[in-house]
Design a protein around this ligand. Structure first.
Ligand code: LFR
Length: 493
């Protein structure tokens, strides 16, 4: 039979994995080869990613594939957005990349708008939501701090492109990941010279701009020797994980919304053109570049981050998610409600304490213990989802008929049910490994084994079983949503 093997590297802000995807007769199957932690490393007052450790994990995964003599056709890498590596004239990486969780960008947006380019103008050019950590503001903060890596940089490579460079020696600037930088114009699909100049850069400081499903190069001799593989091509997939994930939403037509649920919850719709207007500006929605010319019109919602961070702190909580979440479900409903997107949850020293503080400050029951806190996190997330979903409905040019939840968070059946209840819409959950599937599909597109985005989606829909959640408990959720809005408002006032 005709089996095709692809090797995907999917790196998230808390963990990474290498995966073998097999395409056989219109179906895709995944096998996880390795899974590893990705740690925020704090030193000298900053937070970094360890790009060498990530590279080493990729090499380990590739070695395993070689040992098993799997005839892999290609390799593709996707990661979280915005972060980048500086590369010197000699081609060397100039220290580990700063993490978007580093506080060096706090207050930098405001500074930038005042001294560099006006806020409305930046949105008009890029259509990208304002987040303090977008590459534009990271670069601005680094220039202000006389960052030596940036001063010595000949090239800037976004994280997936940097890892592909370490494997192939070739430098590219992949379109979907570049779109997260807030330096790309979705109309021209190029980096904007004026924005680049505002941080002392030009297009020459970036690699060749490529679209998803383009070959970057083949494994260097060095990597071939390290892994035991041959001259296998590395493909630019949707280097931005969310881009790969949304490509893998098993929707049957365009009238869907998605929630890509991982460390972040990305909620949005897919559109033909960017939506850049007063309302999208006011609501701070983003227009990220997708595959086949699509746009991801969405908003970042703080997702599993709160839960992941609390889990690291709880010493007495069950290790299994299922048991922990089951304990949470035994708690009374809606005791304490938080806004998951409050700045105090961005990167606090203690997430548990931050959640308690929030409840104290807003005059609510202060949750004690993991079960209460966990319940508070999931209910609050579902309420925030509703708020963002209402915004989406206001701006979408079509009626949204269903919400697809993909990513690791889609395994959380309780949260899926909460979300259906809160939004009052049908929820379809799966696939869990949406990002890896999208990554693999884009490699399959490069090799000519699949066609356009809808062809991919048909294959994915045929390969997995979706879980369906219908809304219930309307009054209870309507009531809680009213409380959520009041709490958010009182906190901002
Ligand atoms: C999700 C994600 C989001 C991006 C955030 C930070 O993993 O890529 O899309 O806004 O991480 O880069």
């Amino acid at each position: 039979e005709d089996k095709k093997y692809f090797f995907a590297v999917d790196l998230g802000a808390t963990s990474g994995r290498t995966i073998i995807g097999t395409l056989t007769e219109g179906k895709i199957e995944l096998e996880e080869l390795t899974r590893f932690d990705n740690n925020l490393i704090e030193t000298g007052g900053h937070f970094y990613w360890d790009i060498y450790a990530l590279y080493f994990e990729i090499i380990k995964g590739l070695k395993l594939a070689a040992q098993r003599e799997l005839p892999i056709r290609s390799i593709g890498i996707d990661t979280w957005g915005v972060d980048f590596v500086c590369v010197g004239k000699d081609g060397a990486l100039l220290r580990n990349p700063l993490s978007y969780r580093d506080p060096h960008t706090f207050g930098m947006m405001e500074d930038y708008f005042e001294r560099a380019i006006d806020k409305a103008k930046v949105y008009d050019i890029t259509g990208i939501q304002f987040m303090n950590f977008n590459s534009l503001f990271q670069l601005y903060a680094m220039r202000k701090n006389n960052d030596s890596a940036l001063a010595g940089a000949e090239k800037i490579l976004f994280v997936p492109d940097a890892l592909s460079y370490m494997l192939t020696g070739k430098m590219v600037c992949e379109y979907t990941i570049a779109s997260t930088s807030q330096m790309l114009d979705p109309r021209t699909k190029q980096l904007d010279e004026q924005l680049l100049a505002s941080v002392g850069l030009s297009r020459d400081n970036f690699g060749r701009m490529v679209n998803p499903a383009t070959e970057i190069g083949v494994l260097t001799k060095e990597v071939q020797q390290l892994t035991g593989l041959g001259a296998i091509p590395v493909i630019a997939v949707a280097g931005h994980d969310t881009g790969s994930a949304v490509a893998a939403v098993p929707a049957k037509d365009e009238k869907f919304a998605y929630l890509s649920s991982g460390t972040w919850s990305l909620m949005g719709i897919e559109t033909r053109n960017a939506i850049i207007n007063d309302l999208s500006y006011e609501r701070n929605f983003t227009n990220e570049g997708g595959i086949d010319g699509t746009t991801r019109f969405l908003k970042n919602i703080c997702g599993m981050w709160l839960y992941e961070r609390c889990r690291k702190e709880w010493t007495d909580a069950p290790k299994s998610h299922t048991e922990l979440i089951a304990a949470a479900m035994e708690q009374p409903a809606f005791q304490s409600i938080i806004n998951p997107d409050d700045p105090m949850f961005a990167n606090p020293a203690s997430m548990v304490e931050a959640i308690k503080d929030y409840c104290r400050q807003t005059g609510q029951h202060v949750p004690e213990g993991y079960a209460e806190i966990c319940r508070c996190i999931f209910e609050s997330l579902a309420l925030r989802y509703r708020q963002v979903f209402n915004y989406l409905r206001e701006m979408a040019s079509f009626p949204i008929e269903v919400l697809h939840i993909i990513g690791g968070g889609s395994l959380n059946a309780y949260l899926n049910q909460f979300t259906a209840n809160s939004l009052g819409i049908e929820v379809l959950a799966g696939p869990q490994e949406g990002t890896a599937i999208g990554n693999i599909m884009l490699q399959a597109k490069a090799s000519g084994d699949v066609g356009d985005i809808w062809d991919m989606r048909r294959i994915i829909a045929a390969s997995i079983e979706l879980k369906r959640f219908e809304p219930t408990d309307k009054d209870q959720w309507d009531n809680a949503y009213g409380r959520f809005l009041k709490i958010v408002e009182s906190k901002q006032a």
